[in-house]
Design a protein around this ligand. Structure first.
Ligand code: CAA
Length: 440
């Protein structure tokens, strides 16, 4: 079977930055280490007043098309994944295509367009749909454009406020890809959950603590399901494991759980439980409390082992570098984690061609998915072309007052207008309804 996967990727960050241990912690009267050490975040990206999910998505897609020398006729499908959509009927991909048509001679009238929604996992689902469209031979020689774009904003004062972020990831999906080939083997963990909801509302209603538990439970199920089709996973099978990263502290928890699962020779494992949190508790324990304490003790001890530290530093930590500085991008987050890991490999001179990634996606509501990817021999050129460091450095750093203003500007319930903090340059901008995505 011909290889199908991601040929190229582009990342577009919101043009504003909020310093979390500095500006945010000071205003909240919290210890800065809650953000840097606890949540694992240094900063978040925000959209300026002229940015939104359409402009960020179109800018990422345009940069990708330019770099790859593509014309609209080369693209047969445009899927946008977002949980920040503003229209319950017309998909965001049509707005993005409208922007792109302003700068190309051709149009996208031939392209199948859609919008995918299942919280943060929708980006990976769109990727999967695009790969299947090509594998089914329905692409007529064309590639697909998958765009994951979100303004991940929470109500002011919500516990999630510290994990906000905004940005887009555009991916070109094709045969014989230069970056990664996606495996057709996937594992799922899916259940009807209400940990994070946005029923006809802009900002989420989120039970943060519960959402962390749901993430872990579904991810564990997805890993087991993946193993049922792909065979046992061992700690050295994958060079990196990019996971959905609402904040790096979440991935630290998921990584420990995954590690506990893949090291099958841990002597005390059988004494404790077959699976974390599984009920009924193993008979060896007289009470839930005793069982929980034993689990906690075991996990704490595991976390302190050199074996875990080495695995975490090599396989997980490099996936978090960009996320630490941009916050949660919802649908784009796991794709940022992949780029972050490959960037780390490039910077440290590793040869990764033929090596594998274990990719773990998650969407509240809730579903986790795990699949493997094989790194292709054009990966270095693709990753070298990313200008993400430059974009992050160029962001305007907001004061607390700036942040309050911009949050209000992006609050759909408020009618606030402020001057832009940055000057758009060669990019699509939001310029009022009806004139979306004008290029400046
Ligand atoms: N020094 C070091 N660490 C500190 C600290 C300090 N001074 N103060 C606190 N911490 C640690 C805490 O111990 C905690 O770590 P552990 O969980 O490992 O114990 C961490 O910092 C966070 O502290 P709190 O739990 O007190 O933080 P909080 O209650 O204010 O908020 C949250 C945490 C509930 C997760 C909140 O950020 C939230 O609601 N986020 C949005 C929901 C979310 O992202 N959920 C993730 C799973 S759902 C998902 O993934 C989908 C999605 O994208 C939303």
């Amino acid at each position: 079977m011909t290889a199908v996967g991601i040929d190229a990727v582009e990342i577009w960050t919101g043009n504003l930055k909020l310093d979390l241990p500095g500006t945010f912690a000071a205003e909240k009267g919290e210890d800065p280490e809650k953000y840097t050490k606890g949540l694992g975040l240094n900063a978040s990206s925000f959209p300026d007043s002229y940015e939104d999910i359409v402009t960020m998505g179109a800018n990422a897609a345009h940069r990708l098309m330019e770099r790859k020398g593509l014309e609209p006729d080369d693209i047969g499908r445009i899927d946008v994944a977002t949980e920040s959509a503003f229209d319950n009927s017309k998909p965001v991909s049509t707005y993005v295509a409208g922007c792109l048509e302003q700068v190309y001679d051709g149009d996208f009238h031939h392209a199948n367009k859609g919008e995918r929604k299942f919280a943060c996992i929708a980006g990976t689902q769109s990727l999967d749909d695009a790969c299947n469209w090509i594998r089914a031979g329905r692409n007529r020689g064309r590639s697909a454009l998958v765009i994951a774009t979100d303004t991940a904003l929470y109500a002011r004062g919500d516990a999630g406020e510290a994990t906000q972020g905004a940005g887009a990831v555009a991916m070109l999906i094709s045969e014989d890809p230069s970056l990664v080939e996606l495996s057709t083997e996937q594992g799922y963990g899916s259940a009807d959950e209400t940990d994070f909801l946005k029923p006809n509302q802009q900002f989420p209603s989120v039970d943060g603590k519960r959402s962390v538990q749901v993430y872990l439970a579904r991810m564990r199920e997805a890993l087991e399901d993946f193993e049922s089709v792909a065979g046992e996973v061992h700690e050295d099978d994958f060079v990196y494991a990019p996971f959905h990263t609402p904040f790096p502290g979440m991935v630290r928890k998921a990584a420990l759980l995954a590690f506990r699962h893949v090291i099958r020779d841990t002597p005390t494992e059988d004494e404790l439980a077959e699976e974390i949190g599984r009920q009924p508790r193993p008979e060896a324990f007289d009470s839930d409390e005793e069982y929980r304490d034993a689990l906690r003790e075991y996990m704490d001890a595991l976390k302190d082992t050199d074996r875990y530290a080495e695995w975490y530093d090599a396989t997980i930590d490099p996936t978090l570098t960009i996320s630490r500085n941009v916050g949660n991008w919802y649908t784009g987050s796991v794709h940022v984690a992949r780029a972050s890991a490959l960037k780390h490999a490039l910077e440290t001179g590793r040869d990764l061609t033929g090596e594998k990634l274990l990719v773990g996606s998650y969407g509240s509501g809730a579903q986790a998915e795990i699949h493997a990817e094989t790194i292709q021999d054009g990966w270095e050129d693709e990753i070298e072309a990313l200008n993400v460091d430059e974009q992050l450095d160029d962001r305007y750093e907001m004061t607390w007052e700036d942040y309050e203003e911009i949050h209000d500007v992006h609050n759909h319930e408020m009618d606030v207008d402020v001057e832009e903090f940055t000057t758009p340059s060669e990019e699509f901008v939001f310029d009022g309804w009806g004139r979306m995505g004008e290029r400046k």
